[in-house]
Design a protein around this ligand. Structure first.
Ligand SMILES: [Zn+2]
Ligand SMILES: [Zn+2]
Length: 333
């Protein structure tokens, strides 16, 4: 029987089937890009393949001021980049997308999961009242901080554009020769968070999809869908089983130390197990919060969760559970 299968419009994105092990390890260049006003660093990665790929782009200024000089120092250039693979649509990761795309090779393809595509297409999508930026300031009742954050976003997003390829998970993207990446949908931190996995080597680029204890001093992961986030940690731990992790930030470990952005060997499984364990602690603490009105969130309602997690600081250091208390309350245990 002749079997006709729906195919993507582009031949180099195929469903993942029997990918052979890679004969050579492509060089991966990590680039630390400063962003924001509090000393934040986001890591982007250049994969030196026949069709070079850039994983994430930093903020608007990053391609010109940080990424290109770092690549030049390594003997390559943004001009060589044929693929821009965005792990998700948050401003610290795709803010530089427009700038990077305009500096890259002719025919460059920017790929992003479809669920985060609105964040690439519209600056306003980052500022939705129930979006990832706004809720934290709403529950703190700090409208001036929210206005400042909006201004920061406008500065840090280099332009509005459509993805050349919208991803759904399960695709394989050829980077030429025998180098390819598989796309694994790992939502939770954002709806369209994706992990790119180098086929054969099982090196994973997770963006903010795995955060262990998060990037901030409070020591909490940030996510908008707790159920999806927990499932993504399990999927990475049990099914994907990466041998190397390339993360978007230097996240905190369970003991409070700060992890490197690239983890190798036994550190990978430990980070994934700890990430799942931390998630379960936060879920348990948040289930104790029964009084949060998600339409009118207030920080004080999160005090029981903060106490259960042993957090003693001011409300801004409490768990960002306002984003998802309502979703947890309605989700099965
Ligand atoms: Zn993020
Ligand atoms: Zn980030």
């Amino acid at each position: 029987m002749y079997h006709v299968q729906a195919r993507s419009a582009v031949a180099d994105i195929d469903q993942y089937v029997n990918v052979p092990a890679m004969s050579t390890e492509p060089r991966v260049i990590p680039i630390a890009c400063p962003f924001g006003q509090t000393g934040g660093i986001v890591y982007v990665y250049y994969i030196d393949a026949p069709q070079p790929a850039l994983i994430d782009t930093g903020v608007a200024a990053s391609p010109g001021t940080t990424i290109e000089p770092a690549l030049n120092a390594a003997g390559v250039s943004l001009k060589d980049v044929r693929w821009i693979l965005a792990t998700h649509g948050h401003w610290d990761h795709i803010g530089g997308a427009h700038a990077a795309r305009s500096m890259a090779a002719d025919g460059v393809s920017l790929a992003l999961h479809s669920a985060d595509a609105p964040l690439l297409q519209s600056r306003r999508a980052h500022m939705q009242p129930d979006g990832y930026q706004a809720l934290r300031f709403r529950y703190l009742d700090d409208m001036s901080a929210l206005a400042q954050q909006d201004a920061l976003l406008m500065q840090n997003l280099s332009g509005e554009l459509a993805a050349d390829r919208e991803l759904h998970g399960g695709e394989r993207i050829s980077l030429g020769g025998d180098v390819s990446v598989e796309v694994v949908h790992t939502p939770g931190h954002s709806p369209g968070s994706a992990t790119f996995v180098l086929s054969g080597l099982d090196w994973a680029f997770t963006g903010d999809g795995v955060q262990v204890c998060g990037g901030g001093p409070a020591g909490f992961p940030l996510y908008v869908d707790p159920i999806a986030y927990g499932a993504a940690q399990k999927r990475l731990l049990d099914d994907v089983r990466p041998t190397r992790l390339h993360m978007g930030h230097r996240f905190r470990a369970l003991g409070g130390s700060v992890l490197e952005s690239v983890l190798d060997g036994p550190q990978v499984e430990k980070a994934l197990r700890d990430s799942l364990a931390m998630h379960e602690r936060v879920v348990a603490a948040t289930r104790a919060v029964v009084t949060l009105d998600v339409s009118e969130p207030k920080a004080t309602a999160l005090q029981p969760a903060a106490e259960a997690l042993g957090v003693t600081g001011a409300p801004p250091t409490w768990p960002p559970a306002a984003c998802w208390c309502g979703r947890l309350a309605s989700a099965p245990s």
